[in-house]
Design a protein around this ligand. Structure first.
Ligand SMILES: N[C@@H](CCC(=O)N[C@@H](CS)C(=O)NCC(=O)O)C(=O)O
Length: 209
C-alpha cells in the first residue's frame, strides 16, 4: 500500500488527520504540487485527475477521492469510528460531512484558487486549465463567513459537528478553517461555540498531521 501525499496541501491533510486518529501509518510518497509534481508522466499515469491524495492498494487498485480513501480505512480499521456508529449517527455524519465539504472546503478552495496570483490559470485542480473568476473569489469569501456563522450555531447544540463524537465531518471543517486562514479569513471573536470547538479539535494530536 502506498499513499501519495503533499504535506502543504489541504486535501491530503484530511486523510492524514483521519489516519492519525485511527493510529494507522501508511508508507507515503510526497508529490510536490508547487513544483508541478502532479503533472509528472508517471503520476499522471497513476491518477489522470492529477490530484492528491491517492491511495494505491496492494492489488494495484487506486483510490483518488479523499472520502473514498477514508471510507476504506473506516472499513478496514473500524475503531475509533469516524463515520458514525448507529444508523442515525451515520446519517448525521454523512450530512455534516457533505455540508462541510460543500459550504466550507469547496467555498474556500474557490476563494483561494480564484484569487491567488500564482494560480492564474489553475482555478480548478485537474488536467484542464481554467482561468480565475474574480467575482467567484469574492462570492466564495462571503460564503466562508456564512460557513463560520452556521458552524457556530450548529456547535451551540453539541460538542462536535455531528453530535457527541468526533468524526470525519469535524476533520473536514478544521481543514477548511485552516485553509481559509491562508487568506487571513478567520472566525469572528464572538463565535464562542466555534472557538470552544476549535480549541478542542486543535488539542487533539491528529490536528498536527
Ligand atoms: N479528487 C480529489 C481532489 C483533491 C484535490 O483537489 N487535491 C488538490 C490539492 S488540495 C490537488 O491535487 N491539486 C492539484 C493542482 O492544484 O493541480 C478529492 O478527493 O476531492
Amino acid at each position: 500500500m502506498l499513499f501519495y501525499d503533499c504535506t502543504t496541501a489541504p486535501s491530503p491533510r484530511r486523510v492524514r488527520i483521519f489516519l492519525a486518529e485511527k493510529g494507522v501509518v501508511v508508507p507515503t510518497v510526497q508529490v510536490d504540487l508547487r513544483k508541478g509534481g502532479q503533472f509528472d508522466p508517471a503520476f499522471r499515469a497513476l491518477n489522470p485527475e492529477v490530484t492528491v491524495p491517492v491511495l494505491e492498494l496492494d492489488d494495484g487498485q487506486r483510490l483518488t477521492d479523499i472520502v473514498g480513501i477514508c471510507r476504506y480505512f473506516e472499513e478496514t480499521v473500524p475503531l475509533p469510528c469516524l463515520f458514525g456508529g448507529s444508523p442515525v449517527e451515520k446519517a448525521l455524519v454523512e450530512s455534516w460531512l457533505r455540508w462541510a465539504d460543500r459550504e466550507g472546503f469547496y467555498a474556500t478552495m474557490d476563494a483561494f484558487r480564484n484569487s491567488t496570483p500564482g494560480l492564474k490559470n489553475r482555478a480548478l485542480p485537474g488536467p484542464r486549465d481554467y482561468p480565475q473568476i474574480a467575482e467567484l473569489a469574492e462570492r466564495s469569501k462571503l460564503r466562508i463567513g456564512d460557513f463560520f456563522s452556521r458552524l457556530d450555531e450548529r456547535l451551540s447544540h453539541g460538542v462536535y459537528l455531528a453530535g457527541a463524537n468526533f468524526s470525519i465531518a469535524d476533520i473536514t471543517a478544521i481543514v477548511a478553517i485552516d485553509f481559509a486562514g491562508w487568506m487571513k479569513i478567520v472566525p469572528r471573536a464572538d463565535h464562542a461555540h466555534l472557538h470552544r470547538w476549535l480549541a478542542a479539535v486543535r488539542a487533539r494530536p491528529s490536528s498536527g498531521a
